[in-house]
Design a protein around this ligand. Structure first.
Ligand code: KIV
Ligand code: ZN
Length: 572
């Protein structure tokens, strides 16, 4: 037998005229967090009291979860104690229901009733396993056997609940046919209907039927088929709130939850960031934010994602993977040049057309909606020219002309090829500074005078400057119809007179309280044949342009020297 041949394939539920594929998710389900139970029980170091309290408060006070399974009070002393602390310490808001889990066993049920004394709203959640595998391997019984266990537990719970309810507690019931996904659907419906009967469920007193994929063993569409079939054959479906409890063994917990909602479920149990046994429970954040980006209010608040992550990582000692949907470190980062470019265009488009809708390619959600710092573009050797320009614009306020992107992109690319590591934005800034702002020679402007006036509607500028080239100091002056023209006329006939003016762009930049102008100048070098950019910054916009020209000329000279050096090397 080959390795894979020993596995028993999932047997799909036959169903005709399925309707779930035509449905869409249009409203939030009831959410129940099982972080303090299913999530906690699967931790290497389960949470202590303070950590559980912190997580509970995050869930209810900040995220807005209204139902929280707080533990398994009959199974562990710490779970019992947290239950008591939550109740006695007044931690539970009036609109929040705590849920307690218990196996369908009499002594545990009794202990659980003790644990919840004094609480206002409680869901009493009991379970037993019903699947073919568990019936055969664990309980060695048949459907009647597991049904009897469930009915006996339901009877005891119902009986014990009456005085508690009479005493003022809002107590509801939840039943889980554990390993529902591996149970024959007719049998699951029969067991669940019996439980509903024994709990005296009716439309006014609905019982939560929680249908777990305890171990995910089928595709989400197959689960949806099971659920649609189950709901068709369940007697008195209106007596139940249908709840999902997906695990993630096949990596499709989120899809199973979504498919289950399409097939008629009304409630989802899950954990933050998919914590839970083995591969985890369904990631509640993922399901909720998937709705959010489809324009559906998930009725949960994740606008402070960094704080949630911080709490989660501290309390669980788990790490959020970098590519975790919505929460991962890298999910708002584009390394690919074409992605960076499209993101850039998306932002510009939204600004230009003031679109109320989110229209940024490659970013399915606005990171600001999650309170995340926007760091969309990171630079590595795979990044293109647009990424560095994007960082210079969005992080440092330098909106380079499009034609300059390839030039600066090549400088950045060279550095990233050299280092082989990601270039952080401060390195991008240093490269920009070195390439454009700290260019100090060979030509230096020692002093200058610039006059600009308009006479009879005609603009006129005069430029005078004292320049230094290596050890030589020389003076130039010239007139023109604008400062740039005057400067070019001033240097006409000098050795630096081999550059043609091509284009320029300017804008204001604020650096601290200081507002200055930046000019980007593009020149053509007739000697080398290259087009080259220079950048100038000054309080005076005309001077910014002149500094930009000088910068481009100096950079052009550097290119000339580079070419000379290369040629010399080739000749050797
Ligand atoms: O995964 C599961 O089946 C459970 C039940 C106890 C609900 O956690
Ligand atoms: Zn579970």
């Amino acid at each position: 037998m080959k390795g894979y041949e020993k596995y028993i394939p999932f047997v799909p539920q036959p169903i005709t005229n399925r309707t779930w594929p035509d449905n869409t998710i249009t409203k939030a389900p009831i959410w129940c967090s099982v972080d303090l139970r299913d999530g906690n029980q699967a931790l290497i170091d389960p949470m202590n009291m303070d950590e559980k309290l912190e997580m509970f408060h995050m869930l209810v006070d900040e995220i807005g979860v209204k139902e929280v399974e707080i533990g398994f009070p009959s199974a562990s002393d710490t779970d019992y104690e947290i239950c008591r602390e939550l109740i006695e310490g007044g931690h539970i808001p009036d609109d929040v229901t705590i849920q307690v889990l218990v196996q369908a066993r009499p002594h545990l049920i009794k202990k659980t009733f003790e644990a919840i004394q004094g609480a206002k709203h409680v869901i009493f959640h009991f379970y037993n396993s019903t699947s073919t595998l568990q019936r055969e391997v664990v309980f060695r019984t048949d459907v009647e056997g597991v049904k009897q266990i469930a009915m006996d537990a339901a009877d005891l719970i119902y009986e014990m609940a009456q005085p508690v309810i009479a005493g003022g507690m809002d107590l509801r019931y939840e039943y889980s046919p554990e390993s529902f996904m591996g149970t024959e659907m007719d049998a699951a419906a029969e067991i669940c209907a019996a439980v509903l009967d024994h709990l005296h469920a009716d439309e006014a007193h609905k019982v939560i039927l929680n249908l777990p994929t305890t171990v995910e063993n089928c595709m989400p569409n197959q689960f949806a088929d099971e659920l649609e079939y189950f709901l068709r054959v369940l007697p008195g479906r209106e007596r139940a709130i249908i709840s999902l409890h997906p695990h993630n063994d096949r990596g499709t917990g989120v899809a199973t939850a979504e498919a289950g909602l399409l097939a008629g479920a009304e409630r989802v149990e899950g954990c933050l960031f998919g914590n839970g046994e083995r591969t985890g429970n369904v990631d509640m954040i993922n399901v909720a934010l998937n709705m959010y980006v489809q324009g559906v209010d998930p009725e949960l608040d994740f606008s402070h994602m960094e704080r949630i992550i911080d709490m989660y990582e501290r309390c669980t000692k788990m790490k959020i993977p970098e590519r975790m949907p919505y929460g991962g470190d890298l999910v708002f980062t584009a390394f690919s040049g074409s992605h960076q470019d499209a993101i850039n265009k998306g932002f510009n488009y939204m600004e230009e057309f003031q679109t109320p809708k989110w229209m940024v390619p490659y970013l399915p959600i606005n990171p600001h909606d999650l309170g995340r710092a926007y760091e969309p573009v990171r630079i590595n050797s795979q990044s293109g020219k647009g990424g560095a320009a994007f960082i210079m614009n969005h992080k440092f306020g330098f909106d380079m002309p499009k034609a300059m992107h390839p030039e600066f992109g090549a400088i950045v690319q060279k550095e990233s090829d050299k280092t082989g590591v990601e270039l952080k934005s401060d390195v991008i800034w240093q490269l920009f500074e070195q390439a454009y702002l700290k260019v100090s020679g060979p030509y230096r402007l020692l002093s200058n005078k610039l006059n600009a006036d308009v006479e009879d509607g005609v603009a006129h500028s005069h430029f005078y400057g004292k320049l230094q080239h290596k050890d030589t100091i020389f003076e130039v002056s010239g007139d023109g119809n604008g400062p740039i023209d005057a400067f070019f006329n001033a240097i006409s006939g000098e050795r630096m007179d081999r550059f043609d003016f091509l284009d320029y762009k300017e804008h204001a930049i604020s650096r601290g309280s200081d507002s200055q102008a930046v000019a980007y100048i593009q020149l053509h070098d007739r000697l080398t044949g290259y087009d080259i950019f220079g950048v100038g910054i000054d309080h005076n916009i005309s001077m910014a342009s002149i500094k930009g020209i000088l910068c481009a000329i100096n950079r052009g000279k550097a290119v000339e020297h580079e070419i000379e050096a290369q040629m010399a090397a080739q000749q050797q």
